[in-house]
Design a protein around this ligand. Structure first.
Ligand code: AMP
Length: 283
């Protein structure tokens, strides 16, 4: 299929219907653009699952809290299109803001409990924006598969729950976090970092590695591991502001009283004005 850029919702719905009728399976990779190798790994995984991969680019205003970086979120549509084409995704859907959210828009999807902890605690309404836009994209694209990154593991868990609760036939696939050579999880927001902040940002990854090592050495107390992680982050990134260091269950996101199988350690750290998150399975 020829590389196709679609901007109208109706045109995308029609194209998806045609593909489905001709027996093609569809995978979708929802993104906010400014693509890096993490996004491209989702496209590659999608191509291994489905005939057609539809990459979407939409900087979704409803998932940004007031005062967050919506207006300065990095954009590079031309560069993104080149990367998407190179990666083999056949269709790019770039809806217009006023089509997705016309003035009289008033319908939202909300997963009630999984969204109360971690990111949801400090970013009010964030996940309601995420689930709403993903629900809308699924209705437009009609995918058999949808690919999300483990980097945003709570997001993947919330979307998986939405799919289950609303009986959506789409299969969610969660892909591993792609990292820079020094361990920093790739993120469009890394482009905000100054060279000094960029160096300090590796503290997140280093703290997660430390947590994993402590568990390997039989430490099972979250409080002790948190203390060591905090010390490491404060040493490596003196100007940082730690949002949370959490130990939760992979699926339920419940806080662990003791580190056991399926524990994910997650961190949110502000370095300068940039809020970075990362996580790792530590047991
Ligand atoms: P975003 O454009 O930041 O909204 O991300 C779009 C998708 O890419 C989400 O499913 C993210 O979890 C995923 N993603 C972002 N960064 C990475 C990464 N470093 N490795 C793998 N997936 C990622």
């Amino acid at each position: 299929m020829r590389f196709t850029i679609v901007k109208s919702i109706k045109a995308q719905q029609k194209l998806s219907r045609q593909l489905i009728r001709s027996g093609k399976s569809i995978a979708v990779v929802p993104t906010m653009g400014f693509l890096h190798d993490g996004h491209l790994s989702l496209i590659k995984k999608g191509l291994s699952k489905a005939d057609i991969v539809i990459t979407t680019i939409f900087v979704n205003p409803t998932q940004f809290a007031p005062g967050e970086d919506l207006t300065r979120y990095p954009r590079d549509e031309k560069g993104d299109l080149e990367k998407i084409k190179q990666a083999g995704s056949q269709i790019v859907f770039i809806p217009r803001l006023t089509d997705m959210y016309p003035d009289d828009y008033e319908t939202y999807v909300d997963v009630e409990n999984l969204t109360l902890t971690l990111e949801g605690e400090s970013r009010l309404q964030h996940f309601k924006g995420v689930t709403t836009i993903v629900a809308k994209l699924f209705n437009i694209v009609q995918p058999d598969f949808a690919l999300f990154g483990m980097k945003d593991y709570q997001q993947a868990a919330v979307i998986t729950k939405m799919i289950k609760d609303l009986n959506w036939p789409t299969k969610i696939i969660v892909c591993p976090t792609v990292r820079e050579k020094d361990g920093l999880a790739m993120s469009s927001r890394n482009s905000y970092l100054t060279p000094v902040q960029r160096k300090q940002a590796t503290a997140l990854y280093q703290s997660l590695i430390l947590a994993r090592q402590m568990v390997k050495s039989d430490e099972r107390r979250p409080s002790e591991i948190r203390k060591s992680m905090r010390r490491l982050i404060k040493n490596a990134a003196p100007d940082s502001d730690i949002g949370y260091i959490a130990f939760t269950d992979l699926k339920t996101l419940e806080a662990k009283k003791e580190i056991t199988k399926n524990t994910i350690a997650s961190v949110a750290v502000n370095i300068g004005p940039v809020r970075l998150i990362d996580n790792m399975r530590i047991f």
